[in-house]
Structures are given as C-alpha cells and as structure tokens.
Write a protein that binds this ligand. Structure first.
Ligand code: MN
Length: 455
C-alpha cells in the first residue's frame, strides 16, 4: 500500500508585506498556489483555489485524474465568480500545482496537475527532474533558445505568466501521471524557492535531509538566505510503502495529452471565439510594459534606483507587485476591448500569407489592420527561382493560408510540382524545411481606447 509522507513550509520572505502563497497538505492531496492581486486579493485567490480543490476531490470516490483536472478548473471558475461578486478583488489570480494519489483502473497512481509557474520536481535515484513546465514568458524564451535557465532566473520580466487561474473562463491544465515508487521524493514549490536557490542546491538538500519537514524548512531557509524577494512555499512528499508498480530504472512522470474537460460555455450569435492566449498578447505589447500605478499619472517606466545602504535594497530592485501589475495590465486590456479586440486580433493575426521577399520564400503572419502589421513567421529553404514561373508570380502576389501547417504544405507542393515538371534537369532535392522561425515581438503599443466595430 502506498503511503505519502509530507512536510510543508510557507514563508512571506524578506521583502513582501504579506504571504499570498498557500499550501495544502492532506494524506493524498498536496498543492501549492501562488496568489496575485492587490488589496489581499492574492491571498483570497490562492486560498480559494485550494479550498475548491479540496471540495471537488472530497466529493469524488475514487479520485481520478479527471477529478483533479475538474478540481483545477472549478478553482478557476470559483476565482472568477468571486471576483465578479467582490469588485475590490477583481483581477485576482493564482498559480496552482498539485500532486495527488489517484485511482487509475483500480490501481493507485500519482497524478500531477499544473497551471502557472509554481513547480513540481521529483528526485528519483539521485536525479532531480522538473516535471512541470512553467507557463511564463521567460520559459517561452528559454524554450526558443533565446534565454538560458540561468538568465531566466533574474530576467526583469520573469514574473509575467502566460497561464494562471482567474484570468479567463477557460483554462488548460497540464497533467502528468507517475508510478508511486517507494523512495521517490516529490517537491512542490512556488517561484520564491527556485528563483533564489539553484537546482543543484535543492537536489543536495533533498538528498541529504531525510525528514520531509526538515527538508522543507531548510529549503525555505535557503531561499531567505538567497534574498527572499518573494513568498516561498515548499512541500516535500516521500513515497513509502510496498511497490505497486515496477520499474527497472528511474521512470519520470508521463505527460497525459488533453485530459477530458467540461465544454466551454457557448456564446450565441458570435463567431467561434478566436484563440487569443495571454501569451499572444505579448506580441502586441511593447517590450517594456509600463507599470500600472494606482497613484502616479501615466509616465515613462520607473528607472531603477540604487537605494541608500540602510534601506531594504530588494524593495527598489524589485517592486513587489510589479509582476502582478503586468498581469493586471494584460487583463485590463482584455476586459476593455473584450470580444471586439479578440475579433480584430483574430482577423489581423489569424491569417498567414506565403509570399516572396527578395530571393526568399517567406511566411508572414497577419495583415495590416489598425495597430497590427504582418510579421515574419518563417523563412523557407526554397529558392523562388526553382519554382515554376507562373507559380512564382502568383506567390509574389501573396497566397493566403489558414495556418502554418497549411503554408508548409503549400510550399512543399510547389517544390514537388517544380521538381516533377523539371524531369530532364538534374534532380532537385530541395525540401520545404524552415530554417528560421521568428516569433514576432513587438508592434505598436496597444492603447485601450474605444471599442472598434469589426468590419
Ligand atoms: Mn511567487
């Protein structure tokens, strides 16, 4: 029988005025939530997320992976609903990562669910593996190879989330499943830990401190030593008991593709909602997002100031609520422009054009509309001179397609066609492989003014 033994610690840190993190420890359910929002809203959001999770799982027997996903989505709805009823809490949000003992076809299994940039790690046979993937702007940059993990830890925009609870009515939940193997040790934590303490140090503590509670306390202590610039939450969970599964070597958790979720509410009389992710908004925001300040009039972004030695230095280095303000700005843009914005964005950004730019075949994303300009999405390793002349001419005028995949197919077909026609010439082995992918960064700043009707 699998028994989970846990220790947990949460701390305000050395800079923040309040602890907006929340932790949940029950015999079979463990969670960390990192709340955001001023006027105590962050505390409300993180607590509400955990309470909702407990309520949903308590009503389920047995608890399954689907229960867990439903619990996370119910937490999202609870936060949105609560914010609707309590205007001073409007815009609150939270991350949520969960480890739970669940039932899979009658067998005990571990399930991990995540939204946001809190993390779940597992220590298996001396190797520390990060299970979850952060839903953050810097994580996107890291996965594109534009930033190293080390640079991400101190990046000024490391607090911008691309996914969180309480932002949109629909939330996608990442889920993993793992064999509860005795000896494995799981770590759940908020970013207040991993931004202050290296993975190597985290691993050493998990390897050497046997009591889960002592390990959790030690990690919080080290994060405070490292600066304590954020709230710090840690749960250490040891898997004990007889093995219920077998494995020859370390088997890290397996990601589950799209666990079934309740269908989103349909909106009558409107076209299918455009797929506007918070992530995409980054495309339309200026690189240096001005901070929303409650008191100061709009002006240039604040210039970092070196504080006198006797002040709390980290205050000036990191305005405590700056990351949340950035999320608020994004949420405010969504709220003000709403569907009109989405529809315009979808019209402007949801189209792709394959065309010829000089001696290159390129894929442009979007079209000129209001503040949108097409951006270079891809350059194909295809020489326009190799294409059939009439095809080349029509391509030069621009061929609209609905997706990147459709563009790839179109280019591949054109190349094949030219190669097939040129039977007597030497074989062309050109393939339509993209050599570079450029994610558009900035266009003009978005000014949330008056809603604009869509043509
Ligand atoms: Mn945090």
């Amino acid at each position: 029988m699998t028994v989970l033994v846990a220790g947990a610690a949460t701390d305000t840190g050395r800079v923040r005025a309040a602890n907006q993190d929340a932790v949940l420890v029950t015999p079979t359910l463990f969670a960390v939530a990192d709340g955001m929002g001023g006027h105590a809203a962050g505390e409300v959001a993180s607590r509400l997320a955990l309470d909702t999770l407990v309520a949903v799982t308590a009503g389920a027997a047995p608890v399954t992976v689907q229960t867990l996903v439903h619990g996370v989505q119910a937490a999202n709805e609870a936060i949105l609903e609560h914010a609707r009823l309590e205007p001073h809490l409007r815009g609150m949000g939270t991350t949520l990562c969960v480890l739970a003992l669940v039932d899979v076809a009658g067998e005990p299994s571990l399930a991990i669910a995540n939204v946001g940039d809190s993390r779940v790690y597992v220590l298996q046979d001396g190797t520390l593996v990060q299970v979850t993937r952060d839903h953050s702007y810097v994580e996107d940059l890291v996965s594109m190879g534009r930033l190293t993990h080390e640079e991400a830890r101190s990046h000024p925009q490391r607090n911008i989330l691309t996914r969180a609870l309480g932002i949109e009515p629909d939330v996608k939940v990442d889920v993993w499943q793992a064999v509860p193997f005795p000896g494995d040790r799981y770590l759940l934590c908020s970013d207040g830990l991993f931004n202050e303490v290296d993975d190597a140090v985290i691993r050493r503590v998990l390897m050497t401190v046997s009591s889960p509670q002592d390990a959790a306390d030690t990690l919080v202590h080290l994060a405070n030593d490292g600066g304590g610039r954020d709230n710090i939450s840690v749960i250490v969970v040891d898997v004990t008991g007889a093995a219920t599964g077998t494995r020859a070597t370390a088997a890290p958790p397996v990601e589950l593709p799209d666990v079934p979720a309740p269908a989103p509410p349909a909106v009558a009389g409107l076209p299918a909602p455009p797929e506007v992710e918070l992530r995409s908004l980054g495309d339309w925001l200026p690189d240096d997002v001005p901070e929303l300040d409650d008191t100061a009039p709009p002006g240039p972004p604040p210039v970092p100031v070196t504080p006198p030695a006797d002040e709390e230095p980290a205050q000036a280095l990191e305005p405590p609520r700056s990351w949340w303000r950035r999320v608020v700005l994004v949420a405010a843009v969504l709220a003000v422009l709403g569907l009109a914005f989405g529809a315009i964005a979808w019209t402007a950004r949801g189209t792709y054009t394959v065309t010829i730019d000089g001696d290159r075949v390129v894929l442009l994303r979007g079209r000129s509309l209001l503040w949108f300009e097409p951006t270079l999405e891809k350059v194909y390793a295809v020489d326009p001179a190799d294409l059939l002349p009439d095809r080349r001419e029509s391509l030069a005028d621009g061929r609209q397609v609905g997706s990147v995949a459709a563009a790839d197919r179109l280019v591949a077909n054109l190349v094949d066609e030219a190669a097939t026609t040129a039977t007597t010439s030497t074989t062309s082995t050109t393939t339509a492989t993209a050599v570079t992918t450029t994610i558009p960064t900035t266009t003009a700043p978005v000014e949330p003014t008056v809603p604009v009707s869509v043509p």
